[in-house]
Design a protein. Structure first.
Length: 482
């Protein structure tokens, strides 16, 4: 029986995803955090704070890799959508991609220490492109697989929430990664022979651990998750769609464009908020103390993860009663509250007050990262009704690129913005009062403006629970149940 407004939490037996498959897919979620977001979050501490490369050089590294994704992701989505193998159209790529990504990830970090700044930048971009090519082979089919696990509006959110729980746990490691990299075991000798903490050296060995995690967790979805829409024959007879035609149809889908517009603005604001927060916390609140900042940042992530894990089931429950759209709005408002509150909680006389923001962000991101992926799945059903084709790979690839581009646009602009504030890494904790004030203003104002615009755009997203169920009913009348 389909869920209705009165029975919104009901999921029929045939629509349920077995627990084993939910867990296998969910355990693949941390791969995305470890492979992508560890690098993004640690880039400025490694390349700007320690190596003293300019913020613009760091931004160029991040943006170059995103531009490459702009090519690789859609191509991989097209290949995956049109693949027809005895094992499915997603699982073979997930299996092979996990192995290749695990092999190539450490290469990014093992650059010779005597390279110039420009040489380091070229090394990281070159091996970064190699890794991200391999990772795309895994990531796009993995994201596409989520859209094929169940046709039910609510069960999709439940599957996404399981992935979100494991990603939140991986995010806990991400938050402590800077602190871990500064542990004495990773110290290196300076010119005077003294042992000093080194984030660079720490990341070299951490990258090996991440590679093993990618290998082990990355293959699980390929081994244990079924491709529901492929195994029942729905897409086996579907005619191949050209790359350009597929992209054109994807980018002409109104609900998808609304979702992308919201995502670009929200994640732009979030990336500015996260990146500036590290600088405001380190240099304004803690006077340039890396070690203490890394530790408090880790504590903040632990609090974030705790509230995130607590709130993911709450948002699943809430979405089944008031809908995904309203839950996403609630999450956005929580983020806005955190951004405004940061002006008061980032206080040099009470440094641990910063941890309050971690709790609020845990609530905000629990809703955000549970709702956005499942709303994207509803968009694919909308598109199938319009075009008659299932093109999960095309939507997953474009949206994946939008996600990464949104974050890195924020990080790209963070570099020039950071230089405009007057920040100079060589000054350490001796930044000027004007510089610190400029950092604080950018930290609060830019994210608030971006997310307010994102909320306005969200008003135009046309798919709610009632329309999603209507779309499903019309699809099943036309091509049968899956």
């Amino acid at each position: 029986m389909l869920a209705t407004d009165k029975q919104s939490s009901r999921v029929s037996v045939e629509d349920r995803v077995p627990l084993k498959q939910k867990l296998a897919y969910g355990l693949g979620g941390p791969v995305d955090i470890l492979a992508i977001w560890v690098f993004v979050s640690i880039a400025y501490p490694v390349f700007n704070m320690e190596l003293q490369m300019s913020p613009t050089q760091v931004a160029i590294i991040l943006m170059a890799l995103r531009l490459w994704d702009g090519i690789a992701d859609p191509v991989m989505g097209w290949i995956s959508d049109n693949a027809r193998t005895r094992w499915g159209r997603r699982r073979p790529f997930i299996f092979v991609g996990a192995i290749l990504a695990a092999i190539t990830y450490p290469l990014i970090w093992w650059f010779p220490m005597d390279l110039t700044h420009n040489q380091v930048m070229l090394w990281v971009i070159g091996f970064g492109i190699l890794f991200y090519t391999c990772f795309t082979i895994w990531a796009v089919p993995f994201q596409s697989l989520l859209m094929e696990m169940t046709p039910d509006y609510n069960e999709r959110t439940r599957v996404t929430s399981v992935r979100g729980i494991f990603q939140s746990l991986a995010g806990l490691f991400n938050g402590f990664c800077w602190w871990i990299s500064l542990l004495p075991v990773f110290s290196i000798a300076n010119e005077a022979g003294e042992l000093i903490p080194s984030t660079i050296n720490g990341m070299r060995y951490i990258s090996i651990f991440i590679a093993f995690a990618i290998l082990i967790l990355g293959v699980l979805p390929a081994l244990f998750v079924k491709e529901r829409y492929y195994s029942n024959g729905l897409v086996k007879s579907q005619k191949p769609v050209s790359l350009l035609k597929g992209l054109k149809e994807t980018l002409s889908c109104k609900p998808f464009l609304v979702l992308c517009g919201f995502t670009v603005l929200f994640l732009f604001g979030q990336s500015i908020y996260d990146n500036y927060g590290r600088y405001v916390g380190t240099y304004y609140v803690l006077g340039g103390d890396w070690g203490r900042s890394a530790f408090i940042s880790g504590l903040g992530t632990a609090i974030y993860a705790g509230f995130n894990l607590l709130m993911i089931p709450c948002f699943v429950y809430l979405s089944e009663r008031i809908g995904k759209n309203k839950c996403l709005k609630i999450s956005s408002v929580c983020f806005l509250f955190s951004a405004v509150l940061a002006w008061y909680t980032f206080n040099p006389s009470m440094p641990y007050l910063m941890l309050v923001n971690g709790a609020i962000l845990g609530i905000a991101y629990a809703g955000l990262w549970t709702m956005l992926p499942t709303m994207q799945i509803d968009v694919v059903d909308y598109d199938e009704l319009k075009t008659g084709a299932r093109r999960e790979g095309s939507f997953a690839s474009v949206y994946s690129w939008v996600l990464k581009l949104s974050f890195c646009t924020g990080y790209l602009l963070s570099g020039p913005f950071l230089e405009m504030t007057g920040f100079d890494a060589s000054l350490g904790g001796e930044q000027s009062v004007d510089t610190l004030t400029n950092l604080r203003l950018g930290y609060s104002i830019i994210p608030v403006v971006a997310v307010l615009i994102a909320l306005f755009i969200l008003k135009f997203f046309p798919i709610d629970r009632a329309s999603a169920n209507e779309i499903r009913a019309r699809l099943e009348d036309r091509r049968g149940k899956v």
